[in-house]
Ligand binder design. Structure first.
Ligand SMILES: Nc1nc2c(c(=O)[nH]1)N[C@H]1C(S)=C(S)[C@@H](COP(=O)(O)O)O[C@H]1N2
Ligand SMILES: [Mo]
Length: 402
């Protein structure tokens, strides 16, 4: 650890390498926006600066302040994107990086290696996708529903949208010799093994069914037109659209391919739904994210009475495009449509606005509710699970009118 800190400090002290506009050079070193030593940032394991106006630090993680998305567009800039690290960000060199694909799900049954250059030689694709932690909104189980949950107390900022460029996982698997009867792949990160309560669970990894792997998963090496930042998986991460964030393994090091189902603690102990409303051994491993909408306004914001306020928010669903957003400013008694600003599309969020002229003073509750094109609607309550995943209920947003 101390070696790593020294290394981070040394790197932070070096001036940013000028990429001189050549794609090869730009791809080799991610941008460093920091000025001071990385240690000043607040979370020792995170490389990028985490200014308090944009981030809330939570253990090894940094939550983006959701309300500040108001001054971002449809894409979340990399320096504003939340970081969820089980341990700490490894600072890797693309020149030494190798991806190993291995397992009995390959024709040859022999490991196949790819260098960074070989990965970049595969046909590149670009797509927008959200990455959202399965636990985003977790603290609302407690604050809104009075239910206890374990895990990082995210509010609403463990989500971001970016434009990812990379190779298709399907192309890589075919190049590696995927057998027709392979059922699961298991990507694994190069970050340190995760140790919790004295138990070493090994490196972060989680099985992914071959059907999803061949569908729309990419091995991303660019985020919003720049090389992936260190904290977001440099040199290569998986992006698994619409699925819980844990599927999108960062700092990808190897992928096991198997003819029999695979498992890891991230598919057995975590990322299943446990609790009274679920089967005794827990649900099946969770896959898709849920749907959400929320005002881009701090909780407890103060608004002046007898003035018209333009309120803004976002809405998204992992199941389908957003169809409509409704708002209520009287605690849910009356609903009216919000104005949707962006053209809805799968794997994207939309911004919406509404106007509100509060009359009396005192506390008020603002609500918003998204309906997607598949007919899913945010319910009044989310079904509790002990680890607080997939909070999809209507957010009750407290404000005070003065
Ligand atoms: N190797 C590795 N991959 C990982 C993680 C991790 O700790 N290690 N965290 C996962 C989780 S739980 C989430 S929500 C996303 C977060 O991605 P971000 O930090 O780029 O926002 O990365 C996932 N991929
Ligand atoms: Mo996560």
């Amino acid at each position: 650890m101390s070696d790593r800190r020294t290394l981070l400090k040394a790197l932070a002290a070096t001036s940013v390498l000028s990429a001189a506009g050549t794609p090869a050079a730009a791809a080799a070193v991610p941008a460093r926006s920091g000025s001071g030593p990385a240690a000043a940032a607040g979370v020792p394991g995170i490389v990028k600066p985490l200014p308090p106006e944009h981030f809330v630090l939570r253990g090894t993680n940094a939550e983006a302040r959701y309300e500040t998305f108001r001054d971002t567009g449809l894409l979340t800039p990399a320096d504003r994107f939340f970081v969820r690290n089980h341990t700490s960000t490894p600072v890797l060199d693309a020149r030494d990086w190798r991806l190993t694909v291995w397992g009995d799900g390959l024709h040859g049954r022999k490991p196949v290696h790819f260098t960074y250059g070989q990965l970049r030689d595969l046909f590149p694709v670009t797509r927008t996708a959200l990455i959202e932690c399965a636990g985003n909104g977790r603290s609302l189980y407690t604050t809104q529903q009075g239910e206890p949950v374990s895990g990082t107390s995210w509010t609403l900022g463990a989500v971001g949208a970016a434009r990812w460029r990379g190779a298709r996982l399907s192309d890589l698997l075919r190049a590696a010799g995927l057998a027709p009867d392979a059922v699961d792949v298991m990507p694994r990160g190069l970050d340190d093994p995760y140790v919790t309560e004295g138990v070493d669970l090994g490196r972060v990894r989680r099985p992914l069914p071959v059907a999803k792997a061949l569908d729309d998963v990419i091995l991303a090496y660019e985020m919003n037109g720049e090389p992936l930042p260190y904290d977001h998986g440099f040199p290569v991460r998986l992006v698994v659209p619409a699925w819980v964030g844990i599927a999108s393994i960062k700092w990808l090091g190897d992928i096991q391919v198997s003819r029999t189902p695979l498992s890891s603690p991230w598919s057995t102990d975590y990322y299943r739904l446990f609790g009274a409303a679920h089967p005794p051994g827990g649900s099946a491993p969770i896959t898709r994210q849920t749907l959400k909408s929320a005002y881009e306004l701090p909780f407890g914001a103060t608004l002046e009475a007898d003035r018209t306020h333009r309120l803004e928010g976002r809405a998204w669903s992992a199941h389908a495009s957003v169809r409509k957003v409704e708002v209520s400013t009287d605690g849910g008694a009356h609903w009216r449509p919000a104005r949707i600003v962006d053209r809805p599309a799968p794997d994207r969020w939309v911004r919406w606005t509404t106007q509100w002229r509060p009359r009396g003073t005192g506390p008020a509750t603002l609500l918003s509710r998204v309906t997607d094109a598949a007919g899913n609607v945010q319910p009044e309550r989310a079904v509790h699970n002990t680890q607080g995943y997939l909070f999809g209920a209507v957010v009750r947003h407290p404000v005070s009118v003065v």
